[in-house]
Design a protein around this ligand. Structure first.
Ligand code: TYM
Length: 335
């Protein structure tokens, strides 16, 4: 009998656009691995509520992100694409897992520490964020979670909580593995290579958005910081900015870094950056053309995601029933 395909689950927040870090660290891998796995991809709108946000624009951003993911190559024939809040079981399982995660564990999460630093009013949602993420993953018997490096700690917590659930209530949850690629899992800011490229950076010049125009892309790459010297060489410790640009080049051109170093030997940063900008423009062009088509047909995108929610619910609802039985809530079954 054929072995069950491994189940992949991953998510992304609808916090406006997506940048080259999200794309190279996560989405591009989701797309390229679709044939290997049984895939579920989720737009996590409930996670987007954990920091102050504009409620009026959230639905539009969710739809926009759906269009971007489809334009990037998520194929509804091979993958389920849906909106987190459409499947209520995510919220229900979050509560259950919050009773198992410890205060100490959640307080140690780097993201919680960073995002709550300096704020006067820290909502409890940002504290419970990893239990919602664990619920996303565990509802679908997920084997593999393809993500960027910044999510590693959350997946470790998911594993710990799943193991704790199983030992407390009996074997119920599948313990997932992270799928973090050795290259591209941490794309850095174009303005400060000590910080990751991030949607929450107040400076738009720090990141390339997938929908940026060719002019914007060229300007941002031209202005991207470089290191002292003029040699195009990969050296994370001494040349972090150039190393980051080399990583982006290598992934988009599908060439080893050593070949790119050779190509630009003696040519300096200018020629390298000019070609890198052209490469990004060229690689994003087909995606942008598909995005324009999908943006003109929101009904099609909504239909795909509504169908996706139905398929996701068909997996999540019986799983939640098993969890309810295991933890003993509700009334006894009558035979
Ligand atoms: P989010 O929306 O911040 O980012 C989506 C994906 O992009 C990756 N990423 C990066 N990769 C490389 N370099 C970067 N600079 C970079 N910035 C972001 C992230 O690692 C992520 O894979 N908590 C998650 C969403 C989530 C989720 C889940 C993920 C919710 N539930 C269940 C997996 C499974 C987040 O905020 O990702």
């Amino acid at each position: 009998m054929a072995e069950r395909r491994k189940r992949v689950f991953s998510g992304i927040q609808p916090t406006g656009g997506i940048h080259l870090g999200n794309y190279l660290g996560a989405v591009r891998n989701w797309v390229s691995q679709q044939d290997l796995y049984d895939n579920i991809f989720c737009i996590v709108d409930l996670h987007a509520m954990t920091l102050p946000y504009d409620a009026k624009g959230l639905r539009a951003r969710t739809l926009e992100l759906g269009s971007i993911l489809l334009a990037a190559g998520i194929d509804p024939q091979r993958s389920i694409l849906f909106v987190q809040s459409d499947v209520r079981e995510h919220s229900e399982l979050t509560w259950v897992l919050a009773t198992l995660a410890t205060f100490g564990e959640l307080s140690r999460m780097t993201q919680f520490k960073e995002k709550s630093k300096g704020s006067e009013r820290v909502g409890a949602g940002i504290f419970f964020y990893p239990t919602l993420m664990a619920a996303d993953i565990l509802l679908y018997d997920t084997d593999l979670v393809p993500v960027g490096d910044d999510q590693k700690q959350h997946i470790e917590l998911t594993r710990d909580v799943a193991i704790r659930f199983n030992s407390t209530f009996g074997d119920t949850l599948v313990v997932p593995e992270p799928d973090i690629k050795p290259v591209g899992a941490r794309i850095m800011s174009l303005e400060d290579p000590s910080k990751k490229m991030s949607k929450s950076d107040p400076s738009p010049a720090s990141r390339i958005e997938l929908h940026d125009s060719p002019d914007e892309i060229r300007r941002k790459i031209r202005r991207a910081v470089t290191d002292s010297g003029s040699e195009v060489r990969y050296d994370e410790a001494n040349k972090p900015a150039v190393s980051n640009l080399l990583t982006i080049y290598s992934l988009l051109a599908d060439l080893p870094v050593s070949e790119i170093e050779q190509r630009y030997e003696g040519k300096g940063y200018g020629a390298f950056k000019g070609d890198l900008a052209d490469l990004i423009v060229e690689q994003l062009a087909p995606l942008q053309a598909r995005l324009a088509e999908l943006t003109a047909d929101p009904a099609q995108v909504m239909r795909i995601m509504t169908e996706g929610a139905g398929r996701a619910r068909a997996i999540a609802a019986p799983k939640m029933e098993r969890v309810r039985a295991a933890i003993g809530v509700g009334l006894p079954e009558i035979d």
